[in-house]
Design a protein around this ligand. Sequence first.
Ligand code: LLP
Length: 384
Amino acid sequence: MFPQEVVGALKKHKTPFYYYDTELLRNTLQQIKSEGIDRGYRVHFALKANHQPKILDIIREYGLDADCVSGGEIKRAIESGFSPAQIAFAGVGKNDDEIELALKTGIFCFNVESPQELEVINEFAAKHNTTAKVALRLNPNVNAETHHYITTGLNENKFGIHEDDLDNVLEALPSLKNLTLIGIHFHIGSQIIKFEPFEQLCKRANDLNDYIESKGHTLTSINVGGGFGINYDAPNQSSIPDFKRYFEIFSKSIKLKDHQTLHFELGRSVVGQCGSLITKVLYTKSGRVKNFAIVDAGMTELLRPALYQALHNIDSLTSTKNEITYDVVGPICESSDTFRKDLDLPELSRGDLLAIRSCGAYGEVMQNEYNLRPHVQSLYSDEI
Ligand code: LLP
């Protein structure tokens, strides 16, 4: 990803910044298209993973739809050229303004997370003299076996409508005159690297699909969410996730009826590997027990290590000296502002450049202004 001419070009820019390899993004999207979209599946890109306009432009070119979780994301999707009919709107706490915006925009579907939310959307739809298309987000109680902060499909999680409430919801739906039930929706978690949880999800989805249709409802959309993980340990060897195997699991295990389309909401697996955070070494220092490389990016630019103990690979772009063991840390006054501990890297000096890898998803979007730090620039491989 970083041949000498790229490093030369990167050196000219003020650090820290996000750098996106658009060729890798395109190759990833081509796989999603040929393995998923060309099978007739609809793949919504989860804007929460990355909402840079240029990234969205490229994603849209390959025929993906959009998955939004806020009014801001709905606006961004529309500005980026997605049509309202491509937008699914998810989220456990949609506020009144967001519901009204989605109704006025005429989006594809609301993924609804509670019985009360159905009533509220119905009220707003009646007020606007329209009908809202809804999918029920059901909590399948499948363990995604991932970090507990990004597990969403268990009974103890706040997401989705619990099975115990399903009958009441189905009975209430005919009286909610301004709603049309079009589907069911699931999302069991993120960074899922085993395939079994997806197989289990398919089984639950099949049962619930049969059950709801047996009660006289017609479901045209079966949405199995996102969650497909990436290989943070080997971004060069596994730069594109195994979409063939992923989509084959669903193709084999999900039982669609003739009138049904399968939808996905992928975020991380689409954009994760194409982005890196480029940072400069400000200082090196040897403590009593550690060598520190203090870099100019911090938890403000990449929150994942501090929040989820995430381990991102770090490449040295400029030093090729013998290796030394470092803690790579940011400038923020918190000990959690640490990217890696005990990492072997070529000996570093002030001014050396590092690439923190696999940052294309939930990297730039989660940056914040803590310590009044400015937002960083994004650079693209086809523009430098
Ligand atoms: N659909 C729903 C309803 C979701 O909640 C999410 C992610 C997705 C789709 C996309 O999931 P993906 O394919 O990207 O796994 N900030 C965390 C990840 C939070 C994921 C939240 N929901 C991180 O940095 O790991």
